[in-house]
Write a protein that binds this ligand. Structure first.
Ligand SMILES: [Zn+2]
Length: 366
């Protein structure tokens, strides 16, 4: 029994759902009988069969007495599909190895208990860290009622994002922009602010041809595009802006006025508490989580991105670094006024790699 090897394969399968399963978690399953993989499956999209069902169907009779490797505890509740724990019991598997317990309070431990009760041997925790990482947004939403917040930034080597005039297009090259497209596609929500939309005409859409994915996966990504959220406390962005022309959006504001106008144009206006036209960001995040958002990608200017940083709301920074200097009058990465060294925000760099001519840094608050 090579648990990590088969679990790694199950995780590989789960990753195929990176762009399509939300609000559900990405899950993969491998059924192994006498050292041979007899069934594989992954969850494609919410409302459709879970990974276990696909794998068991492929395994057929060979599932009897076999070991099922699942990247997440099999579900035990009747959601939009019947519970997988029952399917595993019915298929007569002898053992289930799960990477992690389901953080969903409707499941957490009950799926495993159901399997044990049926006499199935159960093991949990194989490649758990990798499994949690793959569904970090789902795990955070289940455990804390908040989505994972990823802030994407693009800067020059001297830490600048735009010229003083605001001119900022195309700091990074095409491969970095494709990476940003994939970050958008995997997110439940792409969030920006009025400054960015007004200055750049940003639309924050996912464009299939720019994803750099296999056609099949790009098609999956486009079936479930992220919700575009505009933080516009003072309702400054006009309804004829390219952002609103690009499809339905959610506008988070401190004002409820003109609600009918937004609705008539196909958008939703969400009135949240806030002072001086500054939207209460924690309240917004809680609302997005309540709507099933696992991962939120923030693509905003220094003011809004800085507000997320100041409030300690960021789980991960994705900083694209272009090998150029924009000079000392250009704009900073974040509006984060700090006075003393003791106030410096410490980060841990998780990953750094070349993306075309640019570099991508993945950093998390230390
Ligand atoms: Zn299930």
């Amino acid at each position: 029994m090579n648990h990590p090897l088969y679990m790694a394969r199950a995780l590989e399968l789960a990753r195929r759902g990176l762009y399509s399963t939300h609000p559900n978690p990405r899950v993969g399953c491998v059924v192994v009988a006498e050292g041979t993989v007899v069934g594989e499956g992954w969850h494609v999209r919410a409302g459709e069969s879970h990974a276990e069902v696909h794998a068991l169907r492929q395994a057929g009779e060979r599932a009897r007495g076999a070991t099922a490797y699942v990247t997440l505890e099999p579900c035990s509740h009747h959601g939009r599909t019947p519970p997988c724990a029952e399917a595993l019991v019915a298929a007569g598997v002898g053992r289930v190895v799960a990477a992690m317990q389901d953080p969903n309070p409707q499941v957490s431990g009950r799926g495993l208990a159901r399997l044990r009760q049926a006499g199935i041997e159960v093991e949990v925790g194989v490649l758990e860290a990798e499994a949690r990482e793959l569904n970090a947004g789902f795990v955070k939403r289940m455990e804390r009622g908040l989505p994972l917040v990823r802030v994407k930034l693009a800067m020059s080597l001297d830490g600048r994002t735009a010229m003083a005039s605001g001119e900022s297009q195309w700091i990074t090259g095409a491969p970095a922009r494709a990476a940003v497209q994939r970050l958008r596609a995997r997110s439940s929500v792409v969030l920006t602010g009025a400054d960015t939309v007004l200055a750049d005409g940003a639309r924050l859409t996912v464009r299939g041809e720019e994803l750099g994915l296999a056609p099949e996966q790009a098609a999956l990504a486009l079936q479930r595009p992220p919700l575009r959220v505009l933080v516009d406390g003072g309702l400054r962005v006009p309804l004829d802006a390219p952002f609103f022309q690009a499809g339905p959006a959610l506008v988070a504001s401190c004002a409820a006025e003109r609600e009918a106008a937004y609705r008539a144009a196909g958008h939703e206006l969400l009135a949240l508490p806030g002072e001086a036209d500054r939207v209460d960001l924690p309240a917004l995040l809680a609302e997005l989580a309540a709507r099933g958002a696992n991962e939120v990608l923030v693509e905003a200017g220094p003011r809004l991105a800085g507000a997320f940083a100041r409030l300690g709301l960021v789980d991960e920074y994705r900083i694209f670094v272009a090998p150029k200097f924009l000079g000392s009058t250009a704009r900073p990465l974040l509006e984060l006024p700090l006075e003393r060294m003791a106030e410096a925000r410490a980060l841990k760099i998780r990953d750094i790699r070349a993306v075309g001519e640019d570099w991508q840094i993945v950093a998390v608050p230390a």
